[in-house]
Design a protein around this ligand. Structure first.
Ligand code: NAD
Length: 330
């Protein structure tokens, strides 16, 4: 048992440190696949020994502490993480768990979306005007980054059309398209400056700048993937809500599709994985969400993630050696 205890402590320390470097400093020191491997080891240890799990465990916490240099924003509705599946067996188990929980032999319709590798942001529109933007932070509070977000051309400063809720919170991912990332790193290399480790790290570092002129010079883009505040004034379909956001001028990935059951999700996954290299932005998987909002509410949440959604992660592309001997920019 003392071996288990000490391995648990070691995993918590490692994951907390890697999480801080990734979420707070935008400067990861290990590849995501290594982080995911350690996290899965921690999760299975805590399933076997539930007494080891504490509220401070990296397995139950979302993201990292917001940076003190920014004004903090409390999220009216917490911004959570996503659980993961890594195989078709785990995908079928995810669907079965929801059936068991609802105690009905339901056939689910899923909204299937690419999992963009960027930074989650919350955009608050009041009377159709963008008044506040914030990072996810630790899920309960994030950093106020309104001036920086206003420099991203894909994000409308005012909604189009009419009929939006008085207060509408749009959630989505700010990301750096591959072409912009490569051009930016080539320029940095030529000038003898530090390069970014990957587009995710570049997007996060660009958005969390105290000087919004720096953000304005970075090639950032945005896709919406959900509604927070104001969602209850919209329809009962998640896919329908996303399309409503599109009508109001928010960018929606053309890859987002409705699919039936785990088999439909798997086909979506296989199609996107086959086209991964051709996509103009980096993705680290796909996301499946139960489309029926009433069912989402019935399924609810666990500590850090909704029960009605999961990310299906792709195999890792980066290697440990890539991260060695390179100086990275924040
Ligand atoms: P996550 O990134 O796996 O999933 C949640 C996030 O997915 C959301 O916050 C959102 O930003 C994003 N997302 C993209 N498309 C989405 C969509 N269509 N719908 C909903 N959300 C969407 O979860 P996390 O808790 O932020 O991070 C965990 C992951 O981060 C790990 O799996 C690991 O790969 C990586 N990580 C790496 C290190 C490291 O040191 N390399 C450290 C910490 C975390």
């Amino acid at each position: 048992m003392s071996d288990i205890l000490s391995r648990h402590r070691q995993l918590c320390e490692l994951l907390t440190e890697y999480g801080h470097q990734y979420y707070v400093l935008d400067n990861p020191t290990v590849p995501d696949a290594e982080y995911d491997r350690l996290m899965r080891e921690l999760l299975s240890l805590e399933v076997e020994h539930p007494e080891l799990k504490t509220p401070a465990s990296p397995s139950v916490r979302v993201g990292g502490q917001p940076l003190a240099a920014f004004k903090q924003v409390r999220h009216e509705i917490p911004m959570l993480s996503l659980d993961n599946v890594f195989s078709s067996e785990e995908l079928m188990a995810f669907e079965q768990r929801m059936r068991d929980r609802l105690k009905r032999g339901l056939d689910f319709t899923f909204c299937c979306e690419p999992k963009l590798d960027g930074l989650a942001v919350s955009l608050l529109y009041v009377d159709g005007q963008l008044v506040q933007a914030a990072t996810r932070g630790d899920g309960a509070s994030g950093e106020e980054i309104t001036d920086n977000v206003r420099t991203i051309k894909a994000i409308p400063l005012a909604l189009r059309g009419s009929g939006w809720p008085t207060r509408l919170e749009v959630r989505g991912e700010v990301f750096m398209p591959k072409a912009g990332f490569e051009a930016m790193n080539e320029k940095a290399l030529a000038a003898g400056e530090k390069v970014f480790v990957n587009p995710r790290n570049a997007a996060a570092g660009s958005l969390r700048q105290l000087d919004s002129r720096i953000t304005a010079s970075r090639p950032l883009s945005f896709y919406a993937y959900g509604v927070g505040v104001g969602g209850d004034e919209l329809g009962n379909s998640h896919f329908g809500r996303l399309n409503q956001l599109k009508e109001w001028g928010l960018p929606l990935s053309p890859e987002v599709k409705l699919k039936e059951g785990a088999a439909g999700c798997q086909a979506f996954h296989d199609d996107i994985l086959a086209r991964r290299a051709e996509l103009p932005y980096e993705i680290d998987g796909v996301v499946y969400k139960v489309d029926d909002i009433a069912l989402q509410l019935e399924l609810g949440f666990v500590a850090r993630a909704p029960r009605w959604a999961t990310a299906h992660k792709f195999p890792a592309e980066e290697e440990m050696t890539l991260l060695e001997n390179v100086e990275f920019q924040v």
